[in-house]
Design a protein around this ligand. Structure first.
Ligand code: ZN
Length: 259
Protein backbone atom coordinates (compact mmCIF):
# COMPACT_ATOMS: atom_id res chain seq x y z
CA UNK A 1 0.00 0.00 0.00
CA UNK A 2 1.31 3.42 -0.87
CA UNK A 3 1.89 6.03 1.79
CA UNK A 4 -0.72 8.71 2.20
CA UNK A 5 1.50 11.57 1.06
CA UNK A 6 0.30 12.78 -2.34
CA UNK A 7 2.64 13.91 -5.06
CA UNK A 8 1.14 17.33 -4.92
CA UNK A 9 2.54 20.63 -6.02
CA UNK A 10 5.78 20.35 -7.92
CA UNK A 11 4.71 17.44 -10.15
CA UNK A 12 3.20 18.06 -13.51
CA UNK A 13 -0.44 17.13 -13.95
CA UNK A 14 -1.58 14.96 -16.84
CA UNK A 15 -4.98 13.93 -18.19
CA UNK A 16 -6.03 10.28 -18.42
CA UNK A 17 -9.08 8.31 -19.46
CA UNK A 18 -9.64 6.03 -16.47
CA UNK A 19 -11.94 3.36 -15.01
CA UNK A 20 -12.53 3.36 -11.25
CA UNK A 21 -11.49 -0.02 -9.79
CA UNK A 22 -11.64 0.83 -6.10
CA UNK A 23 -12.62 3.75 -3.88
CA UNK A 24 -12.53 4.11 -0.11
CA UNK A 25 -12.88 6.88 2.43
CA UNK A 26 -9.72 8.34 3.91
CA UNK A 27 -9.91 10.51 7.00
CA UNK A 28 -12.68 13.05 7.39
CA UNK A 29 -12.90 14.40 3.88
CA UNK A 30 -10.69 12.52 1.37
CA UNK A 31 -11.02 9.43 -0.77
CA UNK A 32 -8.34 7.05 -1.97
CA UNK A 33 -9.13 5.78 -5.45
CA UNK A 34 -7.56 3.11 -7.67
CA UNK A 35 -7.96 3.65 -11.41
CA UNK A 36 -7.04 1.73 -14.52
CA UNK A 37 -5.86 4.39 -17.00
CA UNK A 38 -5.66 4.11 -20.77
CA UNK A 39 -1.95 4.78 -21.22
CA UNK A 40 -0.28 4.28 -17.87
CA UNK A 41 -2.24 1.38 -16.39
CA UNK A 42 -3.16 1.13 -12.73
CA UNK A 43 -2.63 4.03 -10.35
CA UNK A 44 -3.86 4.84 -6.85
CA UNK A 45 -4.40 8.44 -5.87
CA UNK A 46 -5.92 10.68 -3.25
CA UNK A 47 -8.88 12.92 -4.04
CA UNK A 48 -8.68 15.65 -1.41
CA UNK A 49 -12.01 16.84 -0.12
CA UNK A 50 -13.89 14.27 -2.24
CA UNK A 51 -16.24 13.28 0.59
CA UNK A 52 -17.48 16.86 0.86
CA UNK A 53 -16.94 18.24 -2.63
CA UNK A 54 -20.18 19.13 -4.37
CA UNK A 55 -18.60 19.99 -7.68
CA UNK A 56 -15.28 18.33 -8.38
CA UNK A 57 -15.96 14.71 -7.41
CA UNK A 58 -19.59 14.16 -6.42
CA UNK A 59 -21.06 10.94 -7.93
CA UNK A 60 -17.95 10.50 -10.07
CA UNK A 61 -15.67 8.22 -8.06
CA UNK A 62 -18.05 5.26 -8.03
CA UNK A 63 -16.57 1.83 -8.77
CA UNK A 64 -16.76 0.93 -12.54
CA UNK A 65 -17.27 4.57 -13.65
CA UNK A 66 -15.48 5.80 -16.76
CA UNK A 67 -13.83 9.17 -16.15
CA UNK A 68 -11.38 11.67 -17.50
CA UNK A 69 -9.08 12.61 -14.64
CA UNK A 70 -6.47 15.30 -14.14
CA UNK A 71 -3.71 13.95 -11.89
CA UNK A 72 -0.02 13.72 -11.04
CA UNK A 73 1.97 10.54 -11.63
CA UNK A 74 2.62 8.53 -8.47
CA UNK A 75 6.33 8.27 -7.74
CA UNK A 76 8.44 6.43 -5.17
CA UNK A 77 5.47 4.43 -3.93
CA UNK A 78 3.46 7.54 -3.08
CA UNK A 79 -0.11 8.27 -4.04
CA UNK A 80 -0.99 10.29 -7.10
CA UNK A 81 -2.84 13.56 -6.52
CA UNK A 82 -6.22 13.59 -8.24
CA UNK A 83 -7.04 17.19 -9.08
CA UNK A 84 -10.26 16.82 -11.09
CA UNK A 85 -12.59 14.18 -12.50
CA UNK A 86 -15.07 14.39 -15.35
CA UNK A 87 -17.69 11.64 -15.64
CA UNK A 88 -17.77 10.06 -19.11
CA UNK A 89 -20.08 7.12 -18.32
CA UNK A 90 -21.41 5.92 -14.96
CA UNK A 91 -22.48 2.51 -16.41
CA UNK A 92 -25.58 2.80 -14.26
CA UNK A 93 -27.07 -0.64 -15.10
CA UNK A 94 -24.11 -2.29 -13.38
CA UNK A 95 -25.35 -0.87 -10.10
CA UNK A 96 -29.02 -1.76 -10.52
CA UNK A 97 -28.85 -5.30 -11.96
CA UNK A 98 -27.45 -7.93 -9.58
CA UNK A 99 -26.15 -10.36 -12.21
CA UNK A 100 -24.37 -7.60 -14.17
CA UNK A 101 -22.93 -6.21 -10.95
CA UNK A 102 -21.58 -9.67 -10.11
CA UNK A 103 -19.92 -10.08 -13.51
CA UNK A 104 -18.41 -6.58 -13.31
CA UNK A 105 -17.17 -7.37 -9.78
CA UNK A 106 -15.40 -10.54 -10.95
CA UNK A 107 -13.74 -8.53 -13.73
CA UNK A 108 -12.73 -5.76 -11.34
CA UNK A 109 -11.27 -8.23 -8.84
CA UNK A 110 -9.37 -10.03 -11.60
CA UNK A 111 -7.85 -6.80 -12.95
CA UNK A 112 -6.81 -5.72 -9.45
CA UNK A 113 -5.22 -9.13 -8.85
CA UNK A 114 -3.38 -9.39 -12.14
CA UNK A 115 -2.04 -5.88 -12.72
CA UNK A 116 0.65 -3.77 -11.09
CA UNK A 117 0.87 0.00 -10.77
CA UNK A 118 2.04 1.91 -13.85
CA UNK A 119 2.23 -1.14 -16.10
CA UNK A 120 0.21 0.19 -18.99
CA UNK A 121 -0.98 -2.04 -21.82
CA UNK A 122 -2.37 -0.81 -25.12
CA UNK A 123 -5.01 -3.57 -25.19
CA UNK A 124 -6.14 -3.82 -21.58
CA UNK A 125 -7.90 -0.46 -21.17
CA UNK A 126 -9.95 -0.93 -24.40
CA UNK A 127 -10.94 -4.44 -23.24
CA UNK A 128 -11.95 -3.20 -19.79
CA UNK A 129 -13.95 -0.31 -21.23
CA UNK A 130 -15.60 -2.59 -23.81
CA UNK A 131 -16.61 -5.16 -21.24
CA UNK A 132 -18.19 -2.60 -18.87
CA UNK A 133 -19.91 -0.76 -21.72
CA UNK A 134 -21.29 -4.05 -23.14
CA UNK A 135 -22.44 -5.26 -19.73
CA UNK A 136 -24.18 -1.92 -19.24
CA UNK A 137 -26.01 -1.87 -22.57
CA UNK A 138 -26.34 -5.41 -23.90
CA UNK A 139 -29.58 -7.40 -23.56
CA UNK A 140 -27.60 -10.62 -23.15
CA UNK A 141 -24.77 -10.11 -20.69
CA UNK A 142 -24.08 -13.84 -20.28
CA UNK A 143 -21.15 -14.42 -22.65
CA UNK A 144 -19.38 -11.17 -21.77
CA UNK A 145 -17.41 -12.68 -18.89
CA UNK A 146 -16.19 -15.52 -21.11
CA UNK A 147 -15.11 -13.11 -23.86
CA UNK A 148 -13.33 -11.00 -21.26
CA UNK A 149 -11.35 -13.89 -19.79
CA UNK A 150 -10.12 -15.43 -23.03
CA UNK A 151 -8.73 -12.05 -24.12
CA UNK A 152 -7.53 -10.97 -20.70
CA UNK A 153 -5.34 -14.06 -20.23
CA UNK A 154 -3.85 -13.47 -23.69
CA UNK A 155 -3.08 -9.84 -22.84
CA UNK A 156 -1.31 -10.69 -19.57
CA UNK A 157 0.69 -13.45 -21.30
CA UNK A 158 -1.06 -16.48 -19.82
CA UNK A 159 -3.12 -17.63 -22.77
CA UNK A 160 -4.02 -21.32 -22.31
CA UNK A 161 -3.31 -23.61 -25.28
CA UNK A 162 -6.78 -24.48 -26.54
CA UNK A 163 -6.08 -25.22 -30.20
CA UNK A 164 -4.42 -28.66 -30.24
CA UNK A 165 -3.55 -31.57 -27.95
CA UNK A 166 -0.51 -30.74 -25.81
CA UNK A 167 0.69 -34.35 -26.06
CA UNK A 168 0.16 -35.68 -29.61
CA UNK A 169 -0.49 -32.28 -31.25
CA UNK A 170 -3.74 -33.37 -32.96
CA UNK A 171 -6.14 -30.64 -34.03
CA UNK A 172 -9.68 -30.13 -32.77
CA UNK A 173 -12.09 -32.72 -34.19
CA UNK A 174 -15.83 -32.32 -34.30
CA UNK A 175 -17.65 -34.06 -31.42
CA UNK A 176 -14.41 -34.83 -29.59
CA UNK A 177 -14.16 -34.05 -25.89
CA UNK A 178 -10.88 -32.60 -24.70
CA UNK A 179 -9.61 -32.27 -21.14
CA UNK A 180 -7.76 -29.25 -19.88
CA UNK A 181 -5.02 -30.12 -17.41
CA UNK A 182 -4.30 -27.31 -15.00
CA UNK A 183 -0.79 -28.53 -14.32
CA UNK A 184 0.34 -28.56 -17.96
CA UNK A 185 -1.63 -25.49 -19.09
CA UNK A 186 -3.01 -27.21 -22.20
CA UNK A 187 -5.68 -29.56 -23.52
CA UNK A 188 -5.37 -33.32 -24.08
CA UNK A 189 -7.40 -35.34 -26.58
CA UNK A 190 -9.33 -38.39 -25.31
CA UNK A 191 -6.54 -40.74 -26.51
CA UNK A 192 -3.81 -38.91 -24.62
CA UNK A 193 -5.87 -38.33 -21.50
CA UNK A 194 -4.97 -41.64 -19.88
CA UNK A 195 -4.99 -40.51 -16.28
CA UNK A 196 -8.73 -40.04 -15.91
CA UNK A 197 -8.43 -39.22 -12.22
CA UNK A 198 -6.11 -36.21 -12.49
CA UNK A 199 -7.36 -32.63 -12.22
CA UNK A 200 -9.04 -31.91 -15.52
CA UNK A 201 -11.80 -29.81 -17.00
CA UNK A 202 -13.84 -31.16 -19.88
CA UNK A 203 -14.10 -28.88 -22.90
CA UNK A 204 -15.95 -29.88 -26.07
CA UNK A 205 -14.60 -29.13 -29.52
CA UNK A 206 -17.44 -26.61 -30.00
CA UNK A 207 -16.46 -24.69 -26.87
CA UNK A 208 -12.78 -24.64 -27.82
CA UNK A 209 -13.60 -23.34 -31.30
CA UNK A 210 -15.84 -20.62 -29.85
CA UNK A 211 -13.08 -19.50 -27.48
CA UNK A 212 -10.59 -19.41 -30.33
CA UNK A 213 -12.98 -17.24 -32.36
CA UNK A 214 -13.53 -14.94 -29.36
CA UNK A 215 -9.79 -14.42 -29.22
CA UNK A 216 -9.51 -13.47 -32.90
CA UNK A 217 -12.57 -11.25 -33.42
CA UNK A 218 -12.24 -7.46 -33.19
CA UNK A 219 -13.82 -6.18 -29.96
CA UNK A 220 -16.69 -4.46 -31.75
CA UNK A 221 -17.77 -7.76 -33.36
CA UNK A 222 -17.48 -10.00 -30.30
CA UNK A 223 -21.11 -9.60 -29.30
CA UNK A 224 -22.17 -11.30 -32.53
CA UNK A 225 -20.63 -14.59 -31.38
CA UNK A 226 -23.19 -17.05 -30.07
CA UNK A 227 -22.41 -19.58 -27.34
CA UNK A 228 -24.49 -22.66 -26.63
CA UNK A 229 -25.58 -23.28 -23.05
CA UNK A 230 -23.11 -26.19 -22.87
CA UNK A 231 -20.23 -24.00 -24.07
CA UNK A 232 -21.17 -21.28 -21.62
CA UNK A 233 -21.08 -23.70 -18.68
CA UNK A 234 -17.86 -25.41 -19.80
CA UNK A 235 -16.07 -22.12 -20.41
CA UNK A 236 -17.14 -20.58 -17.09
CA UNK A 237 -16.04 -23.66 -15.12
CA UNK A 238 -12.76 -23.64 -17.00
CA UNK A 239 -11.97 -19.96 -16.43
CA UNK A 240 -12.92 -20.17 -12.76
CA UNK A 241 -10.45 -23.01 -12.12
CA UNK A 242 -7.80 -21.60 -14.45
CA UNK A 243 -7.88 -18.21 -12.71
CA UNK A 244 -7.73 -19.84 -9.28
CA UNK A 245 -4.71 -21.88 -10.33
CA UNK A 246 -2.98 -18.90 -11.94
CA UNK A 247 -3.50 -16.43 -9.11
CA UNK A 248 -3.24 -19.08 -6.37
CA UNK A 249 -6.34 -17.73 -4.69
CA UNK A 250 -10.09 -17.62 -5.08
CA UNK A 251 -11.83 -14.78 -6.91
CA UNK A 252 -14.25 -13.94 -4.09
CA UNK A 253 -16.99 -12.40 -6.27
CA UNK A 254 -17.34 -15.66 -8.21
CA UNK A 255 -19.44 -17.20 -5.44
CA UNK A 256 -22.27 -14.79 -6.35
CA UNK A 257 -22.33 -15.75 -10.03
CA UNK A 258 -25.53 -17.54 -10.98
CA UNK A 259 -24.33 -20.39 -13.18
ZN1 ZN B 1 -3.52 -36.21 -27.98
Amino acid sequence: MASSTPEQGAKQQIESAAIVLDCRDHGESDKIVTFFCRDIGRITGIAKGAKRSKKRFVNKLEIFSSLRILHTLPQNGRLAFIAEAELLDGFITLRTDVSRYTIASIIRETVLLATKDLEGDAELYPLLHWVLHTLNTSKNSDPVLIFFFIRFFAIIGYSPNLTNCSDCGCQLVQNEMFSFHLQSGGILCSRCNKDKQSTRIRLSCGTLRSLDMALKQPLDRLQRLQLTEQSRREALSFFHLYARQLFQREIVSWQFLDT
